[in-house]
Each structure stands twice: as structure tokens, then as C-alpha cells.
Ligand binder design. Structure first.
Ligand SMILES: Cc1ncc(COP(=O)(O)O)c(C=O)c1O
Length: 392
């Protein structure tokens, strides 16, 4: 590389990544093949439009790339091309949710989603997100005692508010989501059911977490978390008389974007093929076993785990413990000094600020990719415990 300044920074980042224990729940380490596709000549191509109907010439190769990505996405999640449509051009999770809402919910319509402090994402209707400004957000919280979703409470809210769309899927919720119950709630109020499986899609692909597809009208996933691909997103919509496929595609281009990033789409295709394998199944299983082990060991050491445990890759730890411990911000600083990277996170019912909340979020996808097993989780728990309990 001729640009030594950037080359130095890339090398430094690679070294940093190697030298830390990475417990960021939304990160992972992609394969060399994914990196090769990302850094390929496909980045040079403008391809506004869709395979077979582009505005520019010279698309015969990238058309094949995009179609391959779409067919691999359908195969991985066991979907029939006659029943589901995929848009592979979304650049990341937030614009993907935004594009989908824009396509299917009239501006000013109601979108019901989980509150950020309960584990929802900004794009599920947070007031600071455009999704909370252009649409009327109906935000729900967790059951305050059990710290899990209270489906009966949700049903009541849905019947009262009659949202146009209900979003199921979260950024900091460690438990299995009952998509069948979400479907019933959506049907009871005539809402569309959108599942945002950004976090757990890799676990669904690996057969370790329930698939939302039998129940959802639409599904979004980022491809860079548990799915272990590049930073991109996929949106799936049911193919039927409602014409969600046409509405979504039209909203993506010309509605919101120009040319798709075909190098990213190729890298997604590579990741989808990698995920469609027995090795990935084993990986997904290990991710959850590691998370359960880490949660249990932290619990044994006296830390309060939100909802009492985890069913996924994700753990929420109450580090503040009503003043007996350290704040989430202090915890993340201490852990970084000890070589463990996490993010501070609000916990359900948090009374502290988002910038210095009561907890941290941990995830095991990245470290499991690096071959970590249960015994390593015990050591990591010990390190976390030591760092959090050290005197100032
Ligand atoms: C559930 C969920 N949806 C959407 C997103 C947004 O994805 P991105 O950061 O790629 O915009 C995230 C990211 O953390 C997420 O967890």
C-alpha cells in the first residue's frame, strides 16, 4: 500500500483487535474471503437499479453477484423464492429499517417497538431517531420484575393504540423472543409484524434460535453481527398481493439511495455461504454455550445478570447494583484497561443517564470466532470480576 499513513493505522487496528478480549455483542471477525470481496474491483461499479434493470451499462457481472447473494440469503433461512423477496442493497441496519418503514408505513403512522432502555434499538421509534419523529412511536417496556417481555401487557397496548407496525427484535435483550405471540398481537390490532433480527440472525442461521420467518411479514438483519459478514443489511418481505416487494425496492431506489455497494453485496454472499455449513452450526451453538457460561460465572461472583441469564449471545450485567458496584461507564473504562472491550448499556428501568448507565452489555460472537470455549469464559469472568471490584 502506497499510503503509509493509512496502512499504519490499519495495521495498528488489526493489532488492537488481536490483543483485546472483544465482548462487544454486535461485533465479530470476518473471514479473509469476506475481506477479499470487500476490497475487490466490484467497488468500482455503479449499478443503480436491480439485476436486469439498471440505469448504467456494464452490469452483467454485478447482476450475477447480487442475484447470488439473494439466492444464498433465501437458502440460508430456508425460504421459498415464491414466498419471500430480498433486497440486498441496504447499507446498514438503521437505513434498512428506515427504508422498510418508509415503504410500508405512512408518515405519521404508528410504529410500536421496545424502548431503548429496555433493549430496543434507536430505530424502533426513539425520539432522537427520525423513526421517532416521522412516525408516532408507541414504546413498550419489559416486565419490571422479571425483566422479560410481558406479552399480555403488549397485547393491551396494541389493542388500545392500534399501531400500523409492530417491531419485534432488539439490541440488548438476551432472551428468546416468542414470535408466535407477537404474530397474535399484531393480528389482534391489524398491524404488520416486522422482526429486526440484526443481533441474532447468525443464531437463527445456525439453528440455535427460533426463526421469525413463519410469523413475520417483514424481517431485517444486519450482516455484521452474529452472521459474521461485512457491514450491510438484508431486508426480507413477504411476496403476496400486498406488493411489499415492489414497494420496498422502489423506496430503496429511487426513494432513498443511489448506487448499491456491490463489493459489500459480494462479501455478504460470501458470509451467507460460510454460514450455510455444519461448522457454522457448531459455532452458533458454542456462542450460546459460552454466553451461558459467562453469565453463570459472573452471577456466581455476585453480579446481577438482567433477567437472570441468557438464551443467546448477549448478556446484560447490572454493574451498578444500586450503588454497591460501579457505573456502566466506569465498568467499561476499567475493563478496557484490563484488555476487555465492552459497551456500557442501560438496564431495564434504569434511572441513570444513557451516557453513564447502570450496566454493561457483553456478547460472545467475536471471541467464539477466535475459538474460545467455556473454560475461557470462566477466565474472562474472573478478569471482569477483578477489574470491577478493584479499589479506585
Ligand atoms: C436490533 C438492531 N437493529 C438495527 C441496528 C442498526 O444497525 P447499524 O448499526 O448497522 O445501522 C442495530 C445495531 O446495533 C441493532 O442492534
Amino acid at each position: 500500500m502506497k499510503d503509509t499513513q493509512i496502512q499504519k493505522l490499519i495495521k495498528a487496528e488489526a493489532k488492537r483487535q488481536k490483543n483485546v478480549i472483544n465482548l462487544i455483542a454486535s461485533e465479530n471477525y470476518v473471514s479473509k474471503d469476506v475481506l477479499t470481496a470487500l476490497g475487490s474491483e466490484l467497488t468500482n461499479k455503479y449499478a443503480e437499479g436491480y439485476p436486469g434493470r439498471r440505469y448504467y451499462g456494464g452490469n452483467e457481472i454485478v447482476d450475477k453477484v447480487e442475484l447470488l447473494c439473494i439466492s444464498r440469503a433465501l437458502k440460508l433461512f430456508k425460504l421459498k423464492p415464491t414466498e419471500w423477496h430480498v433486497n440486498a442493497q441496504l447499507l446498514s441496519g438503521s437505513p434498512a429499517n428506515f427504508a422498510l418503514y418508509s415503504a410500508l408505513v405512512p408518515i405519521g403512522g404508528k410504529i410500536m417497538g421496545m424502548k431503548l432502555s429496555s433493549g430496543g434499538h434507536l430505530t424502533h421509534g426513539h425520539p432522537l431517531s427520525m423513526t421517532g419523529k416521522l412516525w408516532k412511536p408507541i414504546q413498550f417496556e419489559l416486565d419490571s420484575q422479571r425483566e422479560i417481555i410481558d406479552y399480555d401487557a403488549l397485547l393491551k397496548i396494541a389493542i388500545k393504540e392500534k399501531p400500523d407496525m409492530i417491531v419485534a427484535g432488539f439490541t440488548a435483550y438476551p432472551r428468546i423472543v416468542d414470535f408466535k405471540k407477537f404474530r397474535k398481537i399484531a393480528d389482534a390490532c391489524g398491524a404488520l409484524l416486522h422482526v429486526d433480527m440484526a443481533h441474532f440472525s447468525g443464531l437463527v442461521a445456525g439453528g440455535q434460535y427460533p426463526s421469525p420467518f413463519p410469523y413475520a411479514d417483514t424481517v431485517m438483519t444486519t450482516t455484521h453481527k452474529s452472521l459474521r459478514g461485512p457491514r450491510q443489511a438484508l431486508v426480507f418481505v413477504r411476496k403476496d398481493a400486498r406488493e411489499f416487494d415492489k414497494k420496498l425496492d422502489k423506496m430503496v431506489i429511487p426513494g432513498l439511495f443511489g448506487g448499491p455497494h456491490e463489493n459489500n453485496i459480494a462479501a455478504v454472499a460470501v458470509a451467507l455461504k460460510e454460514a450455510d455449513s455444519p461448522v457454522f452450526k457448531k459455532y452458533a451453538k458454542q456462542v450460546i454455550q459460552n454466553a451461558k457460561t459467562l453469565a453463570k460465572e459472573l452471577q456466581k461472583r455476585g453480579w446481577r445478570i438482567i433477567s437472570g441469564g441468557t438464551d443467546s449471545h448477549l448478556i446484560l450485567v447490572d454493574t451498578w447494583m444500586q450503588g454497591a458496584g460501579v457505573s456502566g461507564k466506569e465498568a467499561s473504562i476499567r475493563l478496557e484497561k484490563a484488555g476487555i472491550i465492552v459497551n456500557m448499556n442501560t438496564i431495564p428501568g434504569d434511572t441513570r443517564s444513557v451516557m453513564d448507565p447502570s450496566g454493561i452489555r457483553l456478547g460472545t460472537c467475536a471471541e467464539t470466532t477466535r475459538g474460545k470455549k467455556e473454560k475461557d469464559m470462566l477466565k474472562i469472568a474472573e478478569k471482569i470480576d477483578t477489574a470491577l471490584r478493584a479499589k479506585k
